[in-house]
Design a protein around this ligand. Structure first.
Ligand SMILES: [Zn+2]
Length: 448
């Protein structure tokens, strides 16, 4: 009788412990991190370069040259991938007719989108993007040869390759693979798709925009094939004056959802992709320059730009030519496909981890003024895979989260004798398989 009781108690203890603390790693992510193919990316970059120009105002009728042929090929490629996974991708185009400084006459900008629907939370989305279009020296030149091999066939090929790899798996949330047009004419594809997402109530938690992921030899003479940059906004573009006032007194300048998404990609990418150092840059984008994550940030969606560290300006937006023995032009010979495959893998493991994780915690708040301890509160999530929560903290000058603890399935936690003034805090949702959401900083400054 007594022995039976002891047995029952220890079995209960063991089962409750294993149910409570999810595993620290997901072995599937190592497989995904090693699955992207440099050869397939090379073939796709070559195919895109082969359209002659992909300028947004170029020919749309030809089957072999111009932006129309390029986007129809991308659409066909997504449809071919979908065939391999039992029609797991919904392939659509999202278009609008626009004008702008670099689009003087009304012109239709068409983006190509493939959606891999989530199993349990299909309206929650994580999105990877690259650009279809290219340009040379004159942004209005729609006829000259414009290979755009690195800018941005590399990013587009990465998106297609990520779809090939991830379509072999099933996820809780949806993954969106986006080929965006009109980037060089004024970020139009991103604006149109972000507006479509808002109108249709897409709940996008993360935009991973890839723009130039294949150059390893910089104009500064540095050759580096194991470092990449993640750019992110520090303060949300959509912050209101009242929210800014609150942030002024309570912090959050370096903890927007986009910034904590950047930290997430750094952690997951360095864990699951070999020989990869991810360098967060605490700015929206390169100094004074633009990319397609910005229109998503401007629509209120968390998003980052992923790209090489060492750029080569002779190979961006240049007419193909040689001047005094110096070669100009964004040609395929300068793209490092192994590097592009690694950056694609960084995207793939991040998208997979995000899509397997529960939704980021909502309504996160914090209190602890003139107290010894700090209390975090949030709303209990409803994901069927939710195991519980992990609270995080770090010194205010630390770039990444340094401390954390598992707190179980609760909607609040008090960190005893940890004073609110001296640290930054956040909370992440954790799935039964161990995959976590990004860390959410309290209040509107950090909300996803
Ligand atoms: Zn460009």
């Amino acid at each position: 009788m007594i022995r039976k009781l002891v047995f029952a108690t220890s079995a209960l203890l063991a089962s409750s412990l294993s149910a409570q603390v999810p595993p620290p790693e997901d072995m599937r992510l190592y497989d995904i991190g090693a699955a992207t193919s440099a050869t397939r990316i090379e073939q796709d970059v070559a195919k895109l370069v082969g359209f002659g120009t992909r300028h947004s105002l170029s020919d749309t009728q030809s089957e072999s040259t111009g932006i129309g042929a390029a986007r129809r090929w991308i659409q066909a490629e997504f449809e071919a991938i979908s065939k391999q996974c039992g029609a797991c991708l919904e392939v659509i185009t999202i278009a609008d007719t626009v004008t702008g400084k670099r689009i003087p006459d009304p012109h239709e900008i068409v983006s190509v989108i493939a959606i891999q629907r989530g199993q349990s939370d299909p309206n929650r989305m994580v999105l990877m993007s690259g650009d279809i279009d290219s340009r040379v020296t004159d942004p209005m030149d729609s006829t000259s040869t414009s290979p755009g091999a690195n800018d941005n066939a590399s990013g587009m090929a990465g998106v297609i390759e990520a779809a090939r790899v991830l379509s072999r798996y099933k996820f809780s949330a949806s993954i969106v693979y986006a080929g965006l047009s009109g980037e060089e004419q004024g970020l139009f594809g991103g604006k149109i798709v972000a507006a479509h997402a808002k109108e249709n109530g897409w709940n996008i938690d993360a935009v991973l925009n890839n723009d130039m992921i294949g150059n390893v030899a910089g104009i500064n003479g540095i050759v580096d094939n194991h470092t990449a940059r993640i750019f992110s906004e520090g303060v949300r573009w959509v912050e209101t004056e009242e929210e800014a006032r609150k942030r002024y007194f309570t912090g959050g300048e370096v903890d927007s959802a986009s910034r904590n998404l950047a930290r997430y990609i750094k952690r997951v990418g360095e864990q699951y992709v070999n020989n990869m150092d991810l360098m967060m840059v605490y700015r929206l984008d390169r100094f004074g320059r633009g990319g397609h994550h910005r229109p998503f940030n401007e629509a209120g969606f968390p998003g980052v730009r992923i790209m090489e560290v060492n750029e080569h300006y002779d190979r961006q937006h240049q007419d193909l030519r040689t001047e005094d023995g110096r070669q100009f032009g964004d040609t395929i010979e300068f793209v490092d496909f192994g590097f592009a495959a690694k950056l694609t893998a960084v995207n793939a493991v991040s998208l997979a981890a995000l899509a397997w994780a529960p939704a980021p915690p909502a309504d996160v708040s914090i209190e602890g003024i003139v107290q010894a301890s700090t209390t975090l509160k949030w709303s209990m999530g409803e994901d069927i895979n939710l195991a519980g929560y992990r609270v995080y903290w770090r010194l205010t000058t630390e770039p990444v989260w340094t401390h954390s603890r598992w707190v179980g399935k609760t909607d609040n936690y008090t960190l005893e004798n940890i004073v609110i003034d001296n640290y930054l805090f956040g909370v992440a949702s954790v799935a039964n398989d161990g995959n976590e959401s990004p860390v959410v900083f309290p209040g509107p400054a950090g909300a996803f």
